[in-house]
Design a protein around this ligand. Structure first.
Ligand code: PHE
Length: 442
């Protein structure tokens, strides 16, 4: 059975692609990256890249998906008659595969924290939430492997049984609830002693904090949060109904993503000083700081529990898009093979996720290139494979596709945005990506 029109309405499509975009990238990765690469300077570069590079690329991926309407290891051939260009689709597939491998590590941490807070609610564990010592929890290889196994299993079950549509319905209230919770945490965080210095750190860009690494990672971050360059968004757009509007969908996803990233930053940074952390804590930042903020709240344990469920939900709506891309490519959209492919892909992801998780415990001493095995997996995906995939797609769009056909898929153009978008994609963005890429290799 061909699965070419999964979402009957535009809203279904927006919810699913917003679900793919908004996840660990905005809530976990953004604060920790901003902490390392200069706070306000990083936020500024991230905003710039997201609006000038990310938004046009997202529109481009939606247009390609809508035009090609097939799985992404075939779509490039279908659109250009050049088989070798399917390599862009394979690059994306490889990227999401590795990405899922390290994404599940953090998904697993959420599962573990949820289990701890649940035990507390039942009275099996005592003491403040802050007692859930990060190193103690994350440094235990067995527990983390079980945690990520559960996360991968949940993703697999959802994708296997094709219950994504149920999830989209759920996201109609889960997402707004997540916004509300983030706002509550921000309010609490801002009320803590010493909040001002953290706030300034995040909101005040200081030119002396801009580094070449910061520029690279800010670009990588905007690719990561918008799921760009993996062809994941092309896949979702290929499932969507013909009526979906690509510009407004892309703009709303970009704005929501920025909002969640900024809220996550506002939740974390003001609290950092109050609890004696450094912004440069790395991947554990959110998991160390947040429990302490909830400790300061009335009914903190209950609130933290609900927050973790919402956080897990946001991570799952992203991880299902990672697995869905594999399913779409390896079943060639033949639904009868769905269960088998989802199962095999999940097992393989679980295997490669083990060295990633051990980077925080027994393999932490293995350091090379970008850092630990986990850091290198992230770097390979966010800073190499995703930009490469996006570069390939900009070149195909700018030089091989028919401009008039693109214009049709771009949709009604009241504000005459087609021409600037087209020239940006054709001439400017490839150069930006190549320059950043070369600088990074040097
Ligand atoms: N955008 C997702 C997040 O921020 C991660 C992702 C990347 C999902 C690429 C799909 C494809 O959490």
């Amino acid at each position: 059975m061909q699965k070419q029109s999964q979402w009957k309405t535009s809203t279904g499509f927006i919810l699913a692609s917003a679900g793919s975009a908004i996840g660990l990238g905005a809530m976990w990765k953004f604060p920790y990256m901003a902490g390392i690469y200069g706070g306000g300077a990083f936020l500024f570069m991230f905003l710039l890249f997201t609006l000038i590079v990310g938004l046009p690329l997202l529109i481009m991926e939606f247009a390609i998906g809508k035009m090609g309407r097939t799985y992404t290891t075939k779509i490039y051939e279908k659109l250009t008659n050049k088989k070798w260009l399917n390599i862009i689709g394979w690059n994306g597939n490889l990227a999401v595969f590795i990405l899922f491998g390290f994404y599940s590590v953090i998904g697993g941490w959420i599962v573990i924290y949820l289990a701890h807070v649940f035990m507390q609610i039942l009275g099996f564990e005592q003491g403040p939430l802050g007692h859930i010592q990060f190193e103690q929890v994350i440094g235990n290889p067995w527990i983390t492997i079980v945690g990520q196994g559960v996360f991968i299993l949940l993703t697999m079950i959802i994708v296997m049984f094709g219950v994504e549509s149920g999830l989209e319905k759920a996201s109609k209230f889960m997402m707004p609830l997540l916004f509300i919770f983030l706002i509550i945490i921000v309010a609490k965080s801002l009320s803590l002693d010493g909040a001002m210095s953290g706030l300034k750190f995040l909101l005040q860009p200081r030119t002396e904090d801009i580094s070449m690494d910061g520029v690279l990672f800010a670009l990588g971050q905007s690719f990561f949060t918008l799921s760009l360059g993996t062809t994941g968004m092309i896949t979702y757009a290929s499932y969507a109904s013909k009526e979906m509007t690509i510009k407004t969908s892309a703009l709303s996803i970009v704005l929501m993503n920025i909002l969640v990233s900024v809220l996550a930053g506002l939740a974390i940074f003001p609290a950092i000083g109050a609890f004696g952390y450094e912004p440069t804590e790395g991947p554990g930042l959110l998991f160390k700081v947040l429990p302490q903020v909830f400790d300061e709240m009335a009914f903190g344990t209950g609130f933290y529990f609900i927050f973790l469920i919402l956080f897990l939900f946001a991570a799952l709506t992203s991880s299902i898009s990672l697995l869905e891309l594999n399913v779409s490519n390896f079943t060639k959209n033949d639904n009868s093979k769905r269960t088998k492919v989802a199962f095999i892909a999940s097992i393989l992801v679980f295997i490669i996720s083990i060295p990633a998780t051990l980077s925080f415990s027994s393999l932490s001493s293995i350091q090379f290139a970008a850092g630990t095995i986990f850091d290198n997996m992230d770097f390979l995906v966010s800073n190499i494979l995703m930009p490469l995939g996006a570069l390939g797609t900009t070149l195909v769009t700018g030089y091989l596709l028919d401009k008039q056909a693109l214009r049709t898929y771009f949709g009604p153009d009241r504000f005459k945005l087609f021409a600037p978008w087209y020239y940006l994609v054709k001439f400017v963005l490839p150069v930006v990506i190549i320059v950043v890429f070369i600088v990074q290799l040097i």
